[in-house]
Every structure is written in structure tokens, then in C-alpha cells.
Design a protein around this ligand. Structure first.
Ligand code: AMP
Length: 181
């Protein structure tokens, strides 16, 4: 079974994330995870927890959302001995892609995945990961891309969730957030 995060470990991770008010525009409190990444104790505590949780999930791939989802997702994929798939912002992937538009907490965007991202493995068990869920638009688009290429998004994982935006309500897959704000 997946292991729970201890209160002590939760505090270590929580205290490593800083709030930047009014970035990238007025009224947004940006959760800055660069202070988690440059804190070896907090970073390892987080990655140990994610490895503990997901090692029993029998995953085939981790899909990480551009760009902060790449950091956590690729480390987790390597720890679990599985492949990593980037969900990229439009225009960055070189091969044939499928694309999905979505709205952000602060704007609009479009994400893409390679058509053969999961090597044509129908029903491949995929964990989608990003640093934060706000309105859920980005993650919803990511889940839709995974489904479009006939893989199976078994869970969406976030380091932080802004619960007051109810982002997880629009997502068909289960959602796990390490920290809730
Ligand atoms: P959303 O689609 O609204 O759930 O927005 C999630 C995406 O935007 C993630 O890739 C986050 O990294 C980024 N994001 C949105 N709001 C914030 C915030 N308040 N702090 C940090 N990142 C954010």
C-alpha cells in the first residue's frame, strides 16, 4: 500500500516552498518551488515520499508537464525504473503530436504530446505530474492527451494544490496532492 507522508516530512517540504505575491500578475500568489529544489533535505524528502507512494502502482510511464513537472517527473521515473514523457507547450516537440488547448489561472495555452509518446502501448499505466494544480486546466488537458494516444492516466500528482480553486473537480483521473493550500 502507498505510504502516508509524516507530519514532520510534510513540514520540511511545506517550509521549503515560498510565496511570491503578485507574480506573474497582481492578485496571484505564486508558489515558488525553486527554494525546494535548492534545499537538498526537502527535495530528497519529497522524492522519497513520491517513490514510496508510487512504487506499488505498477506504473509504465510518468508524464511530466512543462516545465516544472519535468523535474519531479523525470527523477521519479528514474527511481521507479520506468520511462518519462514530456507534455510540452505548443511548438516544442519535433515529431507528430496531438494537442489540447486549456485555460490557466492567468491566461491561455496549449500543450502537446508526441503521438508515439507511450511507444504505442495501448492502456499503458501513466502517472501525470506537475508542481501545482490551480484551476486544473493544464492537468485536464494533460489527461486528455494521454487518453487521446490510448494510454491510461491512473493518477495525477501535484506537489501543491490550491484547493479553493477546485481544480481537481474537472479531472477524470484520481488526484493526489502532497500539500494543500
Ligand atoms: P492551472 O491550469 O490553473 O491548474 O495552472 C497550473 C499550472 O500553472 C502549473 O503548471 C503551475 O506550475 C502553474 N501555476 C498556476 N498558478 C500557480 C501559482 N499560484 N503558483 C505557482 N504556479 C502556478
Amino acid at each position: 500500500m502507498s505510504k502516508e507522508l509524516s507530519n514532520e516530512d510534510r513540514e520540511i517540504i511545506l517550509n521549503s516552498i515560498r510565496d511570491i505575491p503578485d507574480f506573474p500578475k497582481k492578485g496571484i500568489i505564486f508558489k515558488d518551488i525553486t527554494t525546494l529544489l535548492n534545499n537538498p533535505k526537502a527535495f530528497k524528502t519529497l522524492m522519497n515520499h513520491l517513490e514510496d507512494r508510487y512504487k506499488e502502482y505498477n506504473l509504465d510511464y510518468i508524464a511530466g508537464i512543462d516545465a516544472r513537472g519535468f523535474i519531479f517527473g523525470s527523477i521519479l521515473a528514474d527511481r521507479l525504473g520506468i520511462g518519462f514523457v514530456p507534455v510540452r507547450k505548443k511548438g516544442k516537440l519535433p515529431y507528430t503530436t496531438v494537442a489540447q488547448k486549456y485555460s490557466l489561472e492567468y491566461g491561455f495555452d496549449e500543450v502537446e504530446i508526441h503521438i508515439d509518446a507511450f511507444r504505442g502501448e495501448k492502456g499503458a499505466r501513466v502517472l501525470l505530474i506537475d508542481d501545482l494544480i490551480a484551476t486544473g486546466g493544464t492537468a485536464k488537458a494533460g489527461v486528455e492527451l494521454i487518453n487521446q494516444v490510448e494510454a491510461n492516466c491512473v493518477e495525477c500528482c501535484f506537489i501543491a494544490e490550491l484547493t479553493f480553486l477546485n481544480g481537481k473537480d474537472g479531472i477524470d483521473s484520481p488526484v493526489y496532492s502532497v500539500l494543500k493550500f
